[in-house]
Design a protein around this ligand. Sequence first.
Ligand code: IVH
Length: 673
Amino acid sequence: MPPKAAIKKQIEDLRDLIRHHEYRYYALDDPEISDREFDKLMRQLQGLEAEHPEFASPDSPTQRVGGQPAEEFSKVRHATPMMSLDNTYSVDELRDFDRRVRELSGREMIEYVGELKLDGLSMSLTYENGVLIHGVTRGDGVVGEEVTGNVKTIRSVPLRIDPKKLKVIGSPSKFEVRGEVLMGRKAFEAVNAQREEAGEARFANPRNSAAGTMRQLDPRIVADRQLDMFLYYLQVKGVEPMPEHARMLEVLAEIGFKVNPHWRLCKSIDAVLGYIGEWEARREELDYEIDGIVIKVNNTRLWQELGATAKSPRWAVAYKYPARQATTRVLDIRAQVGRTGTLTPVADLDPVEVGGVKVSHATLHNMDEISRLGVKIGDSVLIQRAGEVIPQVVKVVKQAADGRAFRMPRKCPVCGSEVQHPEGEVAYRCVNAACPAKLKESLLHFAGRRAMNIDGLGEALVDQLVDKGLVHDPADLYSLTLEQLANLERMGKKSASNLLEEIETSRKTELGRLIFAVGIRFVGERTAQFLADHFGSLDKLATASPEELYQVEEVGPRVGEAILEFFHEPRNLNLLKKLREAGLRFEQKKARKADGKLSGKQFVLTGILVNCSRDEATRMIEEAGGRVTGSVSKNTDYLVAGSEPGSKLQKARSLGVPVLGEEDLSKLLGRSR
Ligand code: IVH
């Protein structure tokens, strides 16, 4: 085989392998390889694609996060309207539904499929020749918004369907699938924790958070938010649907989509009632929220016979679970120190049963929330169990005559240190870097998958390591011995030695992740990578002046100050010293060519490019040592404008940033067409 063809095959095989493991991990929750092995494959592919840009492809697993933020979403008309469902709230209403279906269809008994009613937002995906080309929101049911760039970041959504699998549905050139995009509880908590940290308002529930995320114009933000998508509908244009809905769900799964595994074929409405009851009791087991059950007639031939009303089909209905709310009295409010050192006010309640669970505490989130609710100790409140494991206070029902206002303590209830409330922020924090509550959090963050990736270092273990005084900072992890670990609860020799090996491998973690791992406030993964690229060494970062810091993309005064403050703190300097002694990687080879034609130059792309895609243009600029960013600022050296350029062009003009056409860019790159 000629070498070029061999490389092409190697790249394609690697892509298929990664697609397979993405499917195992994200769609089936059943990985076959470790995260580390997966990352290795991904890096191998990234390397090959960078060396051989001629084999780039938009459906490669490396292309989930597109380069550029959208300027706005375009409106798209759905091929067939996306209808909504009628809601029912009682067994009687559900039996009425079954009676109507039986009468209209003239059958005695109807078979149904019960599905969880996922609390997210519905979305339509279109594939052409097996490749995802459109992701469109429901909108008003007739016209939605095209959010393809955002949908592509959802790891459980295949960018491309294996042609062999596509045969199952007759290899159509085009087909549409519909389903629900949602945010799991854990991802939701993480987003809210980040927002609080940044002084932004919390999302009220995972549904709002998922919807808000989908409206983001920058897919890179969406990619960070870990959305998920379950599919429940398949439509091939001009082809009758599968005769049974249950089969449609099976087929969707067979061709590589994530289908919620908890659907059930019910032989009668009584079986449906059993299913509803079962999931009302089990819904807390799920990592995502459901607000009811969807009941669909299994026989899709009947769908046509039954038809639809103006808004909803007559062959399906939603059964909504009752809101899990109750009224009770606030006995006390106290501050709980979270793992980030943030003090969270928690209400102690007169115990009350909500949806079958005894509740005696509810979170009040922060002081802003307390003022918004106007809640005082002694008040009667409405509480609800919703997205979070910890119930929430919805509103005050009756104020107590002698209600007592809550005040944040000035001393940390865990370690007694001073509590700080930085101006302009919502949070109150314990200042003691060594507060056990904070140390535990910093260890979990350090070991996290996106940081040093020390698999197996979870909460239970961290608790023991800190409580037994074996670890005082993340660097201490590198001097743990097999004996120390094997003596911990629930740790055998085998798991202890696995953990040691994980810790050992993490010494080689690249600089960007290490910078993220040490936990500088406001420095997320992306910023950490920019810092690593810019400075190339932890020591240079640690001694950088404010002016040097501000040259780095995404570093403004807030982030800059947090970095300076971090490297000013003797405790952190000691941590760095210990990490260096442990042999961690403090250096990184400069990622960008320092001697490229465009080194040091910052570009912004806008409008439609004719000769190449934006991704290609980005790649060429980066190969020549330049950098491409999302928005025009005074640091921008050139704006490359295609047709229909939009607001970025105006901004560039107002800042006096030179504007290039495509031809000019080609010339700069030294390739005239
Ligand atoms: S079927 C006409 N199945 O509920 C068929 N919808 O009120 C409509 N939803 O807009 C969709 N889980 O966003 C269907 N398993 C499920 C669902 C589901 C959640 C949402 C969907 C829809 C809304 C209808």
